[in-house]
Design a protein around this ligand. Sequence first.
Ligand SMILES: Cc1cc2nc3c(=O)[nH]c(=O)nc-3n(C[C@H](O)[C@H](O)[C@H](O)COP(=O)(O)OP(=O)(O)OC[C@H]3O[C@@H](n4cnc5c(N)ncnc54)[C@H](O)[C@@H]3O)c2cc1C
Length: 407
Amino acid sequence: MSVAPLKKVAVIGSGIMGSAIAYQLQRSGRAQVSVLRPVGRPYPATHCSFGWINSFAKDPQPYYHLSKEGFNAWKRLNEQLNSTLPLKTNGSLLMASKLESAESISNRLQVLREWGTTEFKELSKAELLALDSGLDPSKLDAIQYAVHLLNEGSVDPTTAVHVLLRAAKELGAKVLDAYALRLSLDENNVCNGVFCTRGTGLNDPLTEPSGVDECDTWKETYEAADAVVLAAGLGITELADEAGINLPLKGYTDGEWNRIRGVVAESEPFEKQILPYTVHLMDEPLYFHQFPSGCIKACFDFNGSPVEHMTKTQGMLDTISEYAPQFGELKLRETFIGLRVYPIDGFPVIGEPANTPNLYCAYSNGGITLAPYFAEIATKEILDGTPHDFLSEYRPTRFKGNKRTKK
Ligand SMILES: Cc1cc2nc3c(=O)[nH]c(=O)nc-3n(C[C@H](O)[C@H](O)[C@H](O)COP(=O)(O)OP(=O)(O)OC[C@H]3O[C@@H](n4cnc5c(N)ncnc54)[C@H](O)[C@@H]3O)c2cc1C
């Protein structure tokens, strides 16, 4: 019996999106994956991310359901990896102390009910106080409305990338120190090579400690792959643009970034696990959770942070200590200022750009939530060539201005 040859796939980028896709492809046993990622390029979004797997506020309905699938896919991924991911799946606690915030939660729950969702539990005051939430009951007295969102969770994104890359390598994938400068496309728009240079050689939090493979491997990457996955996060627009493909990001015009920043605080690790849930205090406002490593991560918002938030990160931790006094005084370990991978229309992008038969792209704001699900879909679509109907509105073909015409 003949065995189908392995499909050679180059994955450009090893943030959460690239590393999840690389792992799933390699795990399929039907692909030989090379991850092209530059050592030392700064500020990949994944490393700065808050790491919340969430769906509650996602609109419209298809995007909400897609995000819910993200949560389920994280659980499946963790099973595949023998529960080695730094993942929590206990849900989120959303709380409001002001009447208008309480009303907005209540209205949103009504919408979710209409969309057929049952994965939440409204908590009475007594239930909230009885919950082992890690929060001080006296601080919860003022809470008017609380809901436990059951299908949400959190993951330590940088460690998750390490786990995924290590697992992909153990299965035979290569992780190469290569910065993709240019895609080479032939007259039929088939990508027959990727021109690369090496990274800067600086330490990179996303690659350590899984490491990159040795050698002149950047030369190897120039050889044709059967398929090329663009998972370059903030680097995607430039790379695609140069090849005449339009994959637009918000805040990127003519090579200039109008930066959409997010500010996240991380504490020194606290040895005991206190917080089982991601907590969202609507009226502070403040979001926080504790990673399995013990560190607490916190942020004020998700819609671009004003500059002054950068000076308030210790303040975020002080507020958490007030709500969860068991932590004592939390010490700031790092402030992350990350740029968002924000598609121009705000919605995820997955699939084949128009008229480019062996290219595939995946990028999204909320990419932590979606990466494992996108990795499952990408693997099926790249290896079997059968498009997944559920994702039709998230295809890159919705962007006009693609200079690649069908031959
Ligand atoms: C502050 C902040 C908080 C966030 N919080 C959340 C959250 O709580 N929940 C959530 O779901 N999402 C959150 N997000 C969004 C989420 O972090 C991103 O959507 C996700 O990390 C994007 O992952 P990525 O792999 O696409 O991109 P990145 O993590 O940026 O990775 C891109 C990779 O491509 C590489 N690369 C770039 N150009 C090239 C090139 N030319 N050649 C080779 N490699 C290249 C980079 O070095 C990097 O390795 C947050 C984002 C920020 C900034």
